[in-house]
Every structure is written in C-alpha cells, then in structure tokens.
Design a protein around this ligand. Structure first.
Ligand code: SF4
Ligand code: SF4
Length: 310
C-alpha cells in the first residue's frame, strides 16, 4: 500500500471508531511554536509549570518518537444534546466533564487505531498516542491536518462540528498523505471575546490563563488571586464556546460516554458546597474532574460567583 492508501484506510477506521474528524500532517515542529514560547515567557501559563518543564519536547516531535514522519489527528465531539442546552447556561461544571473521562474514552479509541496502523496496515511500524496530557501542541497539529482552524478563543474550531471537541493524535514513523489546512472563518466575529467575563482573551487568539475561569478552577492549585470571580462555575468555563455561532449549529456529539451522568444532572452549587471529601471522590470518579483536588473544589465553592457581588 502507498501512503495515500494507508491514510485512507486509517481515516476509515477512525470514522468507524466514532471520530467525527481526522486528518494527517507532517511530524515537524508545530507552526505556532515560537508564539507558544512567547506566551510562556509572558507568564500567561500561570502555575502550569509542566508546560515550561517540557517545552523543548513540544517543539520537537522527534524527541518523542525518533524517526517520526507523521501526526494523525482526531477529534471527537462532546457537543451536548439539545435537551441539555439549558444546563449550559447555569451548570457549575463545564460540559467537557459531564460524562466519562475523555482521556480514557479517546485513549481506548486511539490505542485501537494505533494497533490497527502498526498491526495490520504497516506491521512493525511505531506509533505513540496522546490525549491532551502529552507534550504535544495538539491544536496546532489539528489545524495543520485540516480538522479546523484556531478560533479567536484559541480553540480548534470546525465549520460543521464547532469547538466542543476532544482532540487526540498519533505520532508515527509511517509516512501518511498530508491534509491541507482550512480557511479561518472567524472573520469579523468577536462573540467569544465579548462573552469572556474576565478579559482573559486579551486579544484575538491570545489567552492569559491567569485570568481564565477554566484555568483558575482546574489548574491553579494555590489560593485564588484576590477578587477572582468564577461567574457561577466550579470547574471549567464554557462561556467563550457557547457564544460561538459555530457551536449553535453544530450537531450533538454521538459518543454515549459523554452524556451527563445522573449525579451531574442533579448537582447544584449548594450540593457542591456541602460535599465531604468522600462525596467529592464518588462524584468525580471516572470523570475528568478526578484531576481536581478536593481542597481546590472547596476553594472554588467559596469563591465569589460574579463581579456583581463586589
Ligand atoms: S473559558 Fe471562560 S474565562 Fe476562559 S477565556 Fe473562555 S470565557 Fe474567558
Ligand atoms: S465566537 Fe466568533 S471569533 Fe470566537 S471563535 Fe467563534 S467564530 Fe471565531
């Protein structure tokens, strides 16, 4: 099989596994690497020290897999079902964490895909799969592979499927037929910048994580900066995505594992603030929220809801 045939078969398998989006690009340094370094230097990554620690690897896919030739990128939608849209307006947990932990769901699918590539399509080939946690600038590769463009809210955005997408990638020494990037369709829209209540989107495509509710609730381990308002959120923030016109028209995600769990549907801020550590562990089990520590959850429940409360 030539590289085009291998790529076509890999894409077909990715679709069978449920991925709405897939595409390939070359395993070269990501196009936005120097912007990433500049962003780190400004201190906009806050306490996400792991980004600084492994920054060289992010600029060099060969350091992750010597001989790597291609990155095969996938996207899996978690766009909520229409009956759950009202939750997007007032639920204290961002919809990315309503269902099962996406690291596991995507990880299982990507392992199956990598197994197919290295076991059946090109026996003996090498591949490494990543979902969010590896030192890979995944949005940059996904954009290069034509899965969408980088929106002004810094997220990967697809014309049909919007931005409620989990991304993953397989780095491989197999030569794959590359896809072309797509046109940036943000144009004159500024809805995400207008919707951000904290000014974290300082310019189109420039996120100061230190001001971002998503970062503050999920990644920032120490006390919240004085005056922080979480605008009703305890974990994550969806405001710059719900404002995006491409999400309004996107179809609901098909992955059953991302449907809201009953305990998520029943969660209120009051219940959240009364959770013991054991309650919290039971609530977050098998969800992406397992990565938040209980003291952070308690801290978040005690924070100001919004700037009107000053
Ligand atoms: S996640 Fe929330 S706080 Fe962060 S940039 Fe988007 S709207 Fe602003
Ligand atoms: S809200 Fe508008 S500017 Fe922001 S990502 Fe969506 S289309 Fe682009």
């Amino acid at each position: 099989m030539n590289s085009i045939e291998i790529t076509q078969k890999l894409k077909q398998k990715a679709r069978e596994l449920g991925f709405e989006l897939c595409g390939a690009t070359a395993a070269v340094p990501p196009g936005n690497y120097s912007s990433f370094l500049g962003w780190l230097q400004k201190g906009y990554a806050g306490e996400m020290n792991y980004l600084e620690r492994r920054k060289e690897e992010r600029g060099n896919p060969q350091s992750l897999l010597p001989g790597a030739k291609s990155v095969f990128c996938v996207g899996l939608s978690y766009n909520p079902q229409p009956q759950h849209y009202p939750l997007l307006e007032n639920h204290p947990v961002s919809c990315y964490a309503w269902g099962r932990d996406y690291h596991e769901v995507l990880g299982e699918k990507l392992e199956a895909l990598a197994g197919y590539l290295c076991g059946e399509l090109v026996p003996g080939a090498r591949a490494k799969a990543y979902v969010d946690t590896g030192p890979v600038l995944e949005r940059s590769y996904a954009a290069a592979a034509g899965l969408g463009w980088t929106g002004k809210n810094t997220l990967l955005l697809n014309k049909t499927f919007g931005s409620f997408l989990f991304l993953g990638e397989i780095l491989t020494d197999v030569e794959l037929g590359p896809d072309e990037p797509v046109e940036d369709l943000c144009k004159t829209c500024t809805a995400c910048l207008d919707a951000c209540p904290t000014g974290a989107l300082e310019e189109p495509g420039l996120l100061n994580a230190v001001k971002c509710i998503s970062y503050l609730t999920l990644e920032h381990r120490s006390a919240l900066p004085p005056g922080s308002a979480l605008h009703g959120y305890l974990a994550g923030c969806d405001l710059c995505q719900t404002a995006c016109p491409y999400n309004t028209h996107a179809p609901a995600g098909r992955e059953a594992a991302f449907q809201p769990r009953p305990e998520v549907l029943a969660l209120t801020r009051e219940k959240a603030s009364q959770m013991s550590e054991a309650d919290f562990k039971a609530f977050t089990k098998d969800s992406a929220l397992e990565r938040i520590k209980y003291p952070m959850w308690v801290r978040n429940t005690g924070a100001r809801v919004d700037s009107q409360n000053e």
